[in-house]
Design a protein around this ligand. Sequence first.
Ligand code: UDP
Length: 341
Amino acid sequence: MSVLVIGGAGYVGSVVVERLAKTGRKTVVLDNLSTGHREAVEPHVTFVEGDAANADLLEHLMREFRVQSVMHFCALSLVPESVERPLAYYDNNVRSGIGLLAAMKRCEVGMFIFSSSAAVFGEPAENPIADDAPSRPSSPYGHTKAMFEQILRDCSHAEKIRSVSLRYFNAAGATDKYGEDHSPESHLIPIVLDVAMGRREAVGVFGRDYPTPDGTCIRDYIHVSDLADAHVRALEALEKGGETTAYNLGIGHGFSVFDVIRAAEEIACRKIPMIDRPRRPGDPACLVASSERIREHLHWHPQVVDLRRIIDSAWKWKQAHPNGYAQKSKEHGESPDIAVS
Ligand code: UDP
């Protein structure tokens, strides 16, 4: 029996795989390495290089490894990009996802953990955002996540696939081994730390005229290891027969772009230059989670709730991996256990 983790070589997926391995579960990672990194997968975990849209491959893996549950991390996930390329987002995040559920049905795999997003709420009427707040996405990305949550609710009884949708707010930080390495990088914390390391000249602040105390956007930054813990708890709940549901995942406190920059300045002990930039399309002013439902149902409590500790973990990882995973992959010539063209 095993867990198939699709997109397990990416940022959040790699940390979840690390955590799953600690629970002793047999884990198989499928990733096409379009944005993920081979070196981000725990060395003793089976790694298959291939595409989640390849139905034959999915079926083969589900049967070969006697897969019982699937975790899905392989979405396109940038709000501004989704505004510019909506078809790519609906194709990857919805169409491929349906293909995956169909393959699960054919193989009688009945448990699914879905990486959803705060983007399903769009510009919320109030913060913190309750688990049952209305879903009103303000970007194609948010729509893909809301649609897929709906598909999962519909599949629950009819197709016998029970699922937990985990709506990440802003994943941040690193474990000792695995951290954030996107190319090109677009996320605030790694960009701020790149500036602190002298690898960029300044951080662009996307809008300082939002209706927030300092005019910059407020987000709920949640440590990636707390996200990983939530995945394992969600899986355990499904294994015990739990019903389909969705949970908001954040620490319940918001920090502005300026808060993040100031905290990084303290950690790195240096000034971080900023430049004013226009607002990014699709960016809500404030997104803070109420994670009451998962706290109550699964007794999940985030362990790293201090912004400085979150940023400090990312800073340590960056210093240990100044070129992200790139340097290491060239040195070691890592390859998949199974490669599929
Ligand atoms: N942001 C910024 N400059 C950057 C990157 C991000 O001002 O170079 C802002 C962005 O507008 C948002 C917040 O930082 O308000 C977090 O953005 P990020 O891309 O990290 O995550 P998102 O909230 O889009 O998932």
